[in-house]
Design a protein around this ligand. Structure first.
Ligand code: SAM
Length: 223
């Protein structure tokens, strides 16, 4: 990987793997108290309900699956699940990876491609790590990996939610510096697009999914 920020971003996740699910499960420094945790659960519930309503079937490609918070929901109905992530430590924590239908690929998503085609392409909390100048190319590759009639599942943070992270040290435009529990700091890309901006980018790439938002925290598309 030649871009030093993208290399640092991948290293950040490799080093963060052991504590990554604390964010998901609102543990330790991510425990924001009962009312904020309840808001997180309620808004996440809207997204998981939309994913469940998709009734995912067939061959599924999940990009940047990490520890598998979405993989485990994609797995039950699928025929195959291809998991592509650059971090061995994240993939090692993904329970779906050990399922007989799963195939894991350790690769840089800015370079990886495949001739395979899929019924569903899913990516959670990944798109905000794709720099602005790479968004159009990335979404067209997603469109190219879909079979005719194929569907997309996307979810990410809304802008204000990304800025509220207790791991955030500072921001410089689309670059965020974050601190791990042990104090090490990493600079990564974090671009939170408006619903309208992302809808336009999806449409330009030929992706028909409607971008939706929960009241405060998440942006998503399911179908
Ligand atoms: N999808 C999971 C979720 O929603 O919890 C994990 C999202 S996590 C915010 C970002 C993921 O992107 C990590 O698993 C990380 O290893 C992966 N990643 C970062 N840079 C990458 C790259 N260049 N190529 C492949 N994966 C990368």
């Amino acid at each position: 990987m030649t871009d030093p920020v993208l290399a640092e971003q991948l290293d950040y996740y490799e080093q963060r793997a052991a504590e990554y699910d604390d964010w998901w499960l609102r543990r330790g420094r991510y425990d924001a108290g009962p009312s904020e945790n309840a808001r997180w659960a309620a808004e996440l519930g809207e997204v998981t309900a939309a994913l469940d309503a998709m009734d995912v079937r067939g061959d599924v490609l999940e990009l940047a699956p990490g520890t598998g918070q979405w993989s485990r929901r994609l797995l039950p109905g699928c025929a195959s699940l291809t998991l592509v992530d650059g971090s061995p430590a994240m993939l090692a924590r993904n329970p779906a990876a050990s399922d007989a239908r799963a195939r894991t690929v350790r690769a840089d998503l800015f370079e990886w491609t495949t001739d395979d085609r899929f019924d569903v392409v899913a990516f959670g909390f990944w798109l905000s790590h794709v720099p602005a100048e790479r968004l159009a190319a990335f979404l067209s590759r997603v469109a190219g990996w879909l079979r005719p009639g194929g569907r997309v599942f996307y979810v990410d943070s809304r802008r204000e939610a990304a800025k509220a992270s207790p791991a955030l040290v500072s921001t410089d435009g689309d670059l965020h510096t974050r601190r791990l529990a042990d104090g090490r700091e990493f600079t990564i890309v974090k671009v939170c697009r408006t619903r309208e901006e992302l809808q336009e980018a999806f449409e330009a790439a030929g992706l028909a999914a409607e971008i939706r938002e929960t009241p405060t925290l998440f942006q998503y598309a399911a179908g």
